[in-house]
Design a protein. Structure first.
Length: 257
């Protein structure tokens, strides 16, 4: 596809970067990404991916906006309180850029519906706050051959990791957390608290990694860094990176060859 003069002007600061260029910007305009969770992670992710010109975005969240969300979930306002997050996020996106195609799902993801919901995705970015959903999404991505970018945040800590468990010798999210968390039993920010700016850091870093993955092989931006877990520490501040090894007994990806 060719970019119109208006789009060339809008993304001029991308196009002049050698690592992106016109080819990379066209690739972003052709990309289709699914955001699972529109909270502290999903809000800044949506803002920066929309700002990058992603062509099609699917928004998934079954929750409503609450007053306590506004401290960190930056796409919502007081007028959105009590309304569907997915609908409010779509409204924000339509006000920001009418050229972006958007699909909205307010379903709660489970093993029963996840394959239908993720169908057609080029990349899935999961920013949800419970392991049952995260594992259902990860297992579906492995089975459907879709890369997964997983991001989480709490208090002053953030984690962002890219997984390609559908590829031989690559680990998946289940390799990282194991099988013990197939239930809605993990702590949330309501329990532990969270610095709002920390959600912004983790979310914007996740958006950067998403762009890197979407441009893999299409521009000179760099390696997507499969199985690299980036741990963000807002207290120091600092970041360190670990490699997630493939679990030979993983029930999701061990059979991939």
């Amino acid at each position: 596809m060719a970019l119109s003069p208006e789009r060339l002007d809008r993304f001029a600061r991308h196009i002049v970067i050698p690592e992106i260029g016109g080819v990379g910007q066209v690739a972003l305009a052709d990309a289709q990404i699914t955001l699972v969770g529109l909270g502290g992670i999903g809000s800044p992710v949506l803002q920066y991916l929309a700002g990058a010109g992603i062509g099609r975005i699917t928004l998934i969240d079954d929750g409503d906006v609450e007053l306590s969300n506004l401290q960190r979930q930056t796409i919502y306002t007081q007028r959105d309180v009590g309304h569907s997050k997915a609908v409010a996020a779509r409204r924000w996106l339509s006000n920001f850029d009418t050229h972006i195609s958007v699909d909205v799902r307010d379903d709660r993801i489970s093993a029963n519906n996840v394959h239908a919901i993720l169908e057609g995705s080029q990349l899935v970015l999961d920013g949800t706050d419970n392991f049952a959903t995260r594992l259902a999404v990860s297992d579906a991505c492995v089975a459907m051959g879709i890369p997964l970018l997983s991001a989480a945040v709490g208090r002053f800590q953030g984690q962002v990791a890219a997984f390609a468990g559908h590829l031989p010798d690559q680990s998946c999210y289940r390799c990282y957390v194991g099988d013990a968390f197939d239930a809605d039993d993990c702590d949330t920010c309501a329990d532990d608290g969270m610095l709002g700016a920390m959600a912004g850091w983790a979310g914007s870093f996740a958006a950067m990694q998403a762009i890197r993955i979407l441009l893999d092989g299409k521009s000179a931006l760099g390696d997507p860094g499969w199985a690299k877990l980036h741990m963000l520490d807002g207290l120091k501040p600092a970041m360190r990176t670990l490699t997630i090894a493939k679990d030979p007994e993983c029930k999701a990806c061990s059979a991939i060859s």
